[in-house]
Design a binder for this molecule. Structure first.
Ligand SMILES: Cc1cc2nc3c(=O)[nH]c(=O)nc-3n(C[C@H](O)[C@H](O)[C@H](O)COP(=O)(O)OP(=O)(O)OC[C@H]3O[C@@H](n4cnc5c(N)ncnc54)[C@H](O)[C@@H]3O)c2cc1C
Length: 451
């Protein structure tokens, strides 16, 4: 008997799991549902637009869409077009893979001022996510601060520093490119509460900052002098982790010897500083107060030293939450789908960032999907006598035909695999020479290609 599966969300987690289940469950019919007419989640919407090689993973996911038992159903938002309960009533197994890209707000006075943005909003803007069509960040000042010491902070600093020529083969939103080009920015501060050793950069992204044509990375301390970077990482890191951190220190050591020179943009790494207050004038940020920090008995403490930086735009890269779907169990404080090892309730599972929180890179979602595929298959194969602990078995459901009827009755324009390919080709076709694609920036523009 055919087994119907709905995967809600077509980012890496949804695709990796769809790949496994559509192969392993021979008689399954699997629908990959997304609120956007385009698949691929944050690969399209957050991975930096100049990291085209990273985005090439989508070719592997395209092959999943070619399987006879897999459909893409784009332009359907669960919780809005189809309710969570309706979805459960249609499919034997429902998998939530909706990611987590809602910004956590900075716990600081002034965090809602003009010129202060979360990195989720910012990166989806320069990646042309339709939700950001009306967003236009203030980039009209000389000083930008980015709070966070991970790769997202480096991505943002790099994209803000690159010239249009350096972005020529990217898929950046042209409106964002124009605003960045016109920005008079001279100083970008990358701020971390802890030190260089604790930063969660990866060496590739860190090293990229040394290759920028008009920007120079500097390591800055509160009194304006170069910060001493330790030669050697401390104890407590395992093999791979210690190599990454040691390499980071080597790169930062080199950066600490850099001089600003006549570079148009200075990228300042400011370690050991905790933002304490956003200062404003007429509702707009104009400076950021910070407290110097240090480690005392292995605990991070603030010292009495303070620093105030002139800041016209502040971007916080301090983590994300998942967006709850009405009716779906949700852990509000953690900002993830409420689950026990991926089990949500009878017949419902979750995977990826909406399950684990915003941790890990694209391949981490593969490992997660492998685990979840095992769990789902084990639950399905469990004998009725074993099911006392298994809440995940339900009565057979009507399957995809039922959702098609609902969608048709509600006159929802479903974007199927062929439709997506038309949108894809139109984006590639309209790109200026040298650019990989020029994304549509609204859902209406995407649908206009089809109808
Ligand atoms: C700024 C940034 C840069 C990154 N750069 C890299 C990188 O260079 N390399 C790397 O390996 N990793 C990178 N990552 C991490 C990577 O993007 C994540 O690991 C991965 O995208 C998480 O996958 P996911 O499937 O859980 O969620 P997502 O990729 O977010 O996919 C979720 C999908 O669910 C859909 N959806 C949400 N709600 C609904 C709903 N109600 N109904 C229907 N559909 C819905 C969304 O439209 C989306 O398509 C980056 C992350 C960020 C934030």
């Amino acid at each position: 008997m055919s087994h119907s599966i709905a995967v809600v969300g077509t980012g890496p987690a949804g695709f990796y799991l769809a790949d496994l289940l559509s192969k392993k469950l021979e008689h399954s019919q699997l629908d990959l549902i997304d609120r956007l007419p385009s698949p691929f989640g944050l690969i399209r919407a957050a991975v930096a637009p100049d990291h085209i090689a990273t985005k090439n993973i989508t070719r592997q996911f395209e092959r999943v869409l070619q399987r006879d038992n897999v459909r893409f159903l784009g332009n359907i938002e669960i919780g809005k077009d189809i309710s969570y309960d309706e979805l459960k009533a249609c499919y034997d197994t429902v998998i939530i893979a909706t990611g987590a890209i809602e910004d956590r707000q900075l716990p600081l006075e002034g965090a809602d001022s003009e010129g202060v943005y979360g990195s989720g909003r910012f990166v989806t803007w320069y990646n042309a996510h339709p939700d950001r069509y009306d967003f236009s960040p203030k980039l009209d000042g000389k000083h930008i601060a980015i709070i966070g010491n991970g790769n997202v902070a480096l991505d943002i600093a790099r994209i803000l520093s690159k010239t249009p020529d350096e972005m020529a083969d990217s898929d950046i939103n042209p409106k964002a490119q124009q605003l960045i080009k016109d920005s008079p920015v001279e100083d970008i501060y990358i701020i971390g509460r802890r030190g260089p050793e604790e930063a969660s950069f990866t060496p590739f992204e860190l090293e990229e900052l040394s290759q920028l044509s008009q920007a120079v990375p500097l390591v800055y301390s509160a009194n304006g002098e170069s910060l001493l970077i330790p030669q050697q990482i401390g104890e407590g890191y395992d093999g791979r982790e210690s190599k990454i951190r040691q390499k980071n220190l080597e790169i930062l050591q080199r950066y600490s010897e850099n001089q600003a020179g006549d570079n148009a943009i200075r990228l300042h790494f400011l370690f050991w500083h905790n933002p304490s207050k956003i200062n404003t004038e007429n509702g707009r940020i104009n400076s950021l107060s910070l407290n110097k920090t240090q480690l005392k008995n292995n605990r991070l403490v603030e010292t009495r030293e303070t620093l105030t930086l002139p800041v016209d735009t502040l971007i916080s890269a301090i983590g994300y939450r998942s967006t709850p779907i009405p009716g779906m169990p949700f852990d509000q404080p953690a900002g993830v789908v409420r689950n026990e090892q991926g089990r949500v309730e009878a017949g419902v599972y979750c995977v990826g960032w909406c399950k684990r929180g915003p941790q890990g890179v694209i391949p981490s979602n593969r490992a997660d999907a492998i685990e979840m595929a095992k769990t789902i298959i084990a639950d399905l194969e469990a004998k009725p006598s074993d099911q006392s602990n298994n809440q995940c078995r339900t009565q057979p459901k009507p399957g995809p035909g039922a959702i098609d009827e609902l969608l048709s009755a509600r006159k929802i324009r479903v974007v199927g695999t062929d439709d997506w390919h038309k949108i894809d080709q139109a984006e590639i076709g309209r790109a200026p020479e040298g650019k990989i694609r020029e994304k549509f920036t609204t859902v209406e523009q995407m649908l206009a290609v089809l109808d």
